[in-house]
Design a protein around this ligand. Structure first.
Ligand code: HEM
Length: 121
């Protein structure tokens, strides 16, 4: 598989995760709960599969470019990935955070892109 293949996997994962996070956040902003969300399984599955594809694409790119997993920016991205993995639970458990999360979501992508593009540490 080529470097571009892994990058596209990374982006399919990214799009899936953020689609699911947007859906869950909108549901909570509209006063929805777990019980009133018949699509919650599909949202959770999309988030989970997206996380997997993002990790697969990320490690694939690292292997292609022979970048060590121990580099600081890579560790920071793995931490970011863990945080993003926990975000799906936030809007339903803390509905007051749903609206701030809605506006914060793009900035998590910005941090991931900044880490990959500038490799600051
Ligand atoms: C949810 C967290 C993450 C976000 C939002 C994110 C976002 C991005 C974005 C937008 C790019 C494209 C930058 C470009 O145009 O080159 C990128 C590239 C990349 N990401 Fe991620 N990423 C995340 C997690 C990860 C993880 C966990 C890994 C490693 C296991 C990783 C490894 C990489 C690599 C190796 C590149 C390409 C760097 C290069 O071309 O030199 N990312 N990421």
């Amino acid at each position: 598989m080529s470097y571009d293949f892994y990058k596209i996997l990374h982006f399919i994962g990214l799009a899936s995760i953020w689609g699911a996070l947007g859906a869950a956040t909108l549901h909570a902003m509209n006063g929805g709960t777990k019980a009133t969300n018949p699509s919650r399984k599909i949202v959770a599955a999309t988030h989970g599969i997206g996380l997997f594809l993002m990790l697969l694409g990320g490690f694939g790119m690292l292997a292609k470019k022979q970048i060590p997993v121990g580099d600081g920016w890579v560790i920071a991205k793995i931490v970011l990935w863990l945080v993003v993995g926990g975000l799906l639970a936030v809007p339903l458990r803390a509905p007051a955070l749903a609206k701030p999360l809605w506006f914060a979501l793009p900035f998590f992508v910005a941090i991931g892109a900044w880490l990959a593009l500038t490799k600051p540490f």
